[in-house]
Design a protein around this ligand. Structure first.
Ligand SMILES: C[S@@+](CC[C@H](N)C(=O)[O-])C[C@H]1O[C@@H](n2cnc3c(N)ncnc32)[C@H](O)[C@@H]1O
Length: 254
C-alpha cells in the first residue's frame, strides 16, 4: 500500500475507526478464539505476541490481558488510535512485508490487514518477514477475510457506526453509517475493489465521503502453498461455521 494509495480510513478519516465496531464486541469473540488456537498449537510458552497490521488496536485491546502485545502498522493515524486505546502496549510503524524489529516473538497474529497484500509476492514477503521474527516453537495465525472461492461479487454491507457508541476514544456528537461494497472487475487477477461510503453526521450536519481500497484475493490453496515454501508446519481451523480457514503456521522448535 504505497503512501499515495493510502485508504482514507487509515489517513484523514482514521478518526472514524473507533466507531466501526466496539473493541469488546466481535473483536473479543475473535480474540478468545485466537487465544485458544495459540494455546493448542504453540510449542513453547507464549508470553509475547506481535500483531501485524494492528490498525486501531482492537485486537491488542483483547489480547493484552494474555500476552505482552506489540503492534506494527503502516499508518501513523491508526497507530495513534491504537496507542490511545492501549497506552501500555508497544506500537511501531512499519510495512509488514519488510520490517525489522530487535525482538522475536512467541506468537504472531495477522488477520484483516492481510487483505492489503495484493500479490503472491507480497504474501510471500510477509510470511518470510514473520518467520524471521518468530521464536522457534512459536506460532503464527493468518486469517484471510476472503478467498476466490468465498468471494461474493457486489456484496454490500451497511453498518451503523453509532452501534459502537461505547467504543473507547470515540468522537463526540458524531453519527456514522459505513456502506461497504466489494467488487471484482477481473476475477482472473489477484485483486478486487473495496469501496466504502461514509455517511457522517457531525452535530446533525451530513457529509458523504468515498474511500477506495485495493485488496488481494487468492485461491484457498495459495495460502498453505506459500506458507509451506517458507518452512512452517501447517494446521488449520475455522472460527465459525462457514468462515474462511485460519492458517496456523508453526516454526519448528530448535
Ligand atoms: C482493518 S485495519 C486493522 C484493524 C485491526 N485488526 C484492529 O484490531 O483495529 C487494516 C490495517 O492494515 C494496515 N496495513 C495495510 N497494509 C499494510 C502493510 N503493508 N504493512 C502494515 N500495515 C498495513 C492499515 O494501515 C490498517 O491499519
Amino acid at each position: 500500500m504505497p503512501s499515495n494509495e493510502t485508504p482514507r480510513l487509515y489517513s484523514d478519516l482514521a478518526w472514524l475507526w473507533p466507531l466501526w465496531g466496539a473493541p469488546d464486541g466481535e473483536y473479543a469473540e475473535w480474540c478468545a478464539h485466537v487465544v485458544e488456537m495459540i494455546a493448542k498449537h504453540a510449542r513453547r510458552e507464549v508470553r509475547t505476541l506481535l500483531n501485524l497490521g494492528c490498525g486501531g488496536g482492537k485486537n491488542a485491546y483483547n489480547l493484552k490481558r494474555h500476552y505482552e502485545v506489540t503492534g506494527l502498522d503502516l499508518s501513523p493515524a491508526m497507530l495513534a488510535n491504537a496507542k490511545k486505546l492501549n497506552p501500555e502496549c508497544t506500537f511501531v510503524q512499519g510495512d509488514m512485508r519488510e520490517f525489522l524489529l530487535p525482538a522475536r516473538f512467541d506468537a504472531i497474529l495477522i488477520d484483516d490487514a492481510v487483505a492489503y497484500m495484493t500479490s503472491r509476492e507480497d504474501l510471500s514477503r510477509l510470511f518470510h518477514a514473520a518467520y524471521r521474527h518468530l521464536e522457534p516453537g512459536g506460532v503464527m495465525l493468518v486469517s484471510p477475510d476472503e478467498t476466490k472461492e468465498t468471494f461474493a461479487q457486489n456484496e454490500t454491507h451497511v453498518t451503523r457506526g453509532s452501534a459502537a457508541a461505547e467504543a473507547k476514544g470515540k468522537p463526540e456528537n458524531v453519527d456514522v453509517v459505513f456502506v461497504e461494497n466489494n467488487y471484482d472487475p477481473d476475477p482472473a487477477d489477484d485483486t478486487y475493489e473495496g469501496l466504502i461510503i461514509y455517511l457522517i453526521r457531525e452535530n446533525g450536519k451530513l457529509r458523504v465521503e468515498v474511500d477506495h481500497h485495493k485488496l488481494g484475493i487468492f485461491a484457498a490453496d495459495v495460502w498453505p502453498a506459500l506458507l509451506r515454501e517458507v518452512g512452517y508446519d501447517l494446521y488449520e481451523d475455522h472460527w465459525r461455521p462457514g468462515s474462511v480457514k485460519t492458517h496456523i503456521a508453526v516454526k519448528a522448535a530448535a
